[in-house]
Write a protein that binds this ligand. Structure first.
Ligand code: PLP
Length: 434
C-alpha cells in the first residue's frame, strides 16, 4: 500500500479545508484515540468537531453499519420506506417532551442542510419572512446558513450578497460584557435590550418567523449564556407568536451533560436542529418540530436525494442505543466536570488565560494579551494547540478571533484519559509561556 505523505497531499488538496489543524495521516480510530499510518497514537479531543461522541469506530456502530451496508445502501425516502429509517424517525419523535408535542422529524445529510430546513419550515408555517439569529452564532456554510452566521467574518465576508430578512441580536457573552468580565451567574450583558431595540428599530416582531439560537455558542467560542437567557427567549417568542429554533448540532446528543442543552433550563423549542453526534460520523442531520408545523409543507416542498440514508440511519440507531446503554450523557457530565475543574487548576495564575468555561464535555480556554482589557490572543491559543499536538493531544480552536482552545472529548472518554489531557495542557501552557 502506498501512503501519501503530507508534502504529496499539499499539491492535491484545498488549503482552506484539508488539514488546517494537523498534517497527521490517520490509519484508524479506536475509542478516544486516532492512530497514524506510522502507528503513533493521538488522544482525539476534537472528535472531528463534536461528531464521534461514541468514540471512533464503536464496535456496535460499526456492526450496525456493516450489517446494513450488506443489505441496502440507498432507499430513497420519497420512494420507499426502510426499516432503519422507520425506527429512527419514530425514536426522534421521542427526543423532546411528549406533552409539548406531538413531534415529527425530517432527515437530511449535513448540519447546514438541516438549518436550511428549519428556516423553510418556520417561514412556511408562520407565513412570516424575517429571521432573528444571534451574534457569534454559527449555523453552517450554505447560503441561508451563512446569512445566519456571525461567528467570524471569514465564514461569510467574501460571499455577499446573502439571503435577506435576517437580523442579528446580541448573545450574552458574559466574559466580554461591556464594562468588565463577568460570569454567567452575574451577567451584565444587555442582550434583551438589544433584541427589543431590534424590534423597535429594524424589524417588527409580527414579521419575524423564528429566533434561531445555539444554546451554547460553538464556533463562536464555547460561550455559555446565563441560565435565564433561553427561558426569557422562549417567553419573548411566545409573546410575539415567533417560533424558537434551537440549533443543537454541536450541543446535542449528550455533549453538554444532558441529551440536549435546552434541558438544562427546561426550555422546549418549536424546532430542534440535529446533526454531528447523531450518527457517530456518518453524514446525517435533521429537524424535529411540532407536527402541526409540518402541515405547512405540501408534497415536494422539501426533500433531498440522500436525506435519511439507510446506512446512516442504522448508525444513528446504534448510536442512540450506545448513548443510553453506556450512560454517555452521565459520563459527559462527570468527565466534563473533571476536565473543567482540572483546567481551572492547571490554568490558575496564567495571565494569558482569561477564562476557562464550559458545559458538560464542551470546554473552552480563552486566551488574551497580558496587557489590555481582554484583548484576544489567537497566537497564544495556536501556540498552546501546537504544544498539545506535539504531546499527542488533538484539540481545536474556536472564537471570533481564533482566541479559544476548545476541548471536545468523546463522551466515552475515561478518567485516566482526562488526567493525561490535563497533564499535557499543563505542560503546553508552560511551553507556550501562557
Ligand atoms: C451549531 C452548528 N450549526 C450548524 C453547523 C453546520 O453543520 P455542517 O458543518 O454539518 O453543515 C455546525 C457545524 O459546526 C454547528 O456547530
Amino acid at each position: 500500500m502506498t501512503t501519501m505523505s503530507p508534502p504529496d497531499l499539499d499539491r492535491s488538496v484545498v488549503p482552506a479545508v484539508w488539514a488546517r489543524y494537523t498534517d497527521l495521516v490517520i490509519d484508524r480510530g479506536e475509542g478516544s484515540w486516532l492512530i497514524t499510518t506510522s502507528g503513533e497514537r493521538y488522544l482525539d479531543y476534537s472528535t472531528g468537531i463534536g461528531v464521534t461522541n461514541t468514540g471512533h469506530a464503536h464496535p456496535r456502530v460499526v456492526a450496525a453499519v456493516q450489517a446494513q451496508a450488506a443489505k441496502l445502501l440507498h432507499g430513497q425516502q420519497n420512494i420507499v420506506f426502510h426499516e432503519a429509517g422507520l425506527r429512527l424517525y419514530d425514536r426522534l419523535r421521542g427526543l423532546l417532551p411528549a406533552p409539548a408535542g406531538p413531534w415529527q422529524a425530517f432527515l437530511s445529510n449535513s448540519g447546514a442542510e438541516a438549518v436550511e430546513a428549519s428556516i423553510k419550515l418556520a417561514r412556511a408555517a408562520t407565513g412570516r419572512p424575517a429571521i432573528v439569529a444571534f451574534r457569534g452564532g454559527f449555523h453552517g456554510r450554505t447560503g441561508q446558513a451563512m446569512a445566519l452566521t456571525t461567528s467570524r467574518v471569514s465564514v461569510r465576508g467574501r460571499f455577499e450578497p446573502l439571503p435577506g430578512s435576517v437580523y442579528h441580536a446580541p448573545f450574552p457573552y458574559c466574559y466580554r460584557a461591556p464594562g468588565g468580565a463577568h460570569s454567567p451567574h452575574a451577567c451584565r450583558c444587555e442582550w434583551e435590550q438589544g433584541l427589543s431595540d431590534l424590534f423597535a428599530q429594524v424589524v417588527e416582531p409580527s414579521r419575524v418567523a423564528a429566533l434561531i439560537v445555539e444554546p451554547v455558542l460553538g464556533e463562536g467560542g464555547y460561550v455559555v449564556p446565563p441560565a435565564s437567557f433561553l427561558p426569557r427567549l422562549r417567553q419573548i417568542a411566545d409573546q410575539h407568536g415567533i417560533l424558537l429554533i434551537a440549533d443543537e448540532i454541536q450541543t446535542g446528543f449528550g455533549r453538554t451533560g444532558r441529551m440536549f442543552a435546552v434541558e438544562h433550563v427546561g426550555v422546549v423549542p418549536d424546532i430542534l436542529v440535529i446533526a454531528k453526534g447523531l450518527a457517530s460520523g456518518l453524514p446525517l442531520s435533521g429537524i424535529v418540530g411540532r407536527a402541526s408545523l409540518f402541515t405547512a409543507w405540501p408534497a415536494g416542498a422539501h426533500g433531498g436525494t440522500y436525506g435519511g440514508n439507510v446506512v446512516a440511519c442504522a448508525a444513528a440507531n446504534a448510536t442512540l442505543d450506545v448513548i443510553a446503554s453506556e450512560g454517555l450523557v452521565e459520563n459527559a457530565r462527570a468527565r466534563g466536570q473533571q476536565l473543567l475543574d482540572g483546567l481551572r487548576r492547571v490554568g490558575a495564575g496564567r495571565r494569558s488565560l482569561g477564562d476557562v468555561r464550559g458545559l458538560g464535555a464542551m470546554i473552552g480556554l480563552e486566551f488574551v494579551k497580558r496587557d489590555g482589557d481582554r484583548v484576544p490572543d489567537p497566537a497564544m491559543a495556536t501556540a498552546v494547540l501546537n504544544a498539545m499536538l506535539r504531546q499527542h493531544v488533538i484539540a481545536i480552536s474556536a472564537g471570533t478571533w481564533g482566541q479559544m482552545v476548545r476541548l471536545v472529548p468523546p463522551l466515552v472518554t475515561t478518567a485516566e484519559e482526562v488526567d493525561f489531557a490535563l497533564g499535557v495542557v499543563a505542560e503546553a501552557l508552560e511551553e507556550a509561556g501562557a
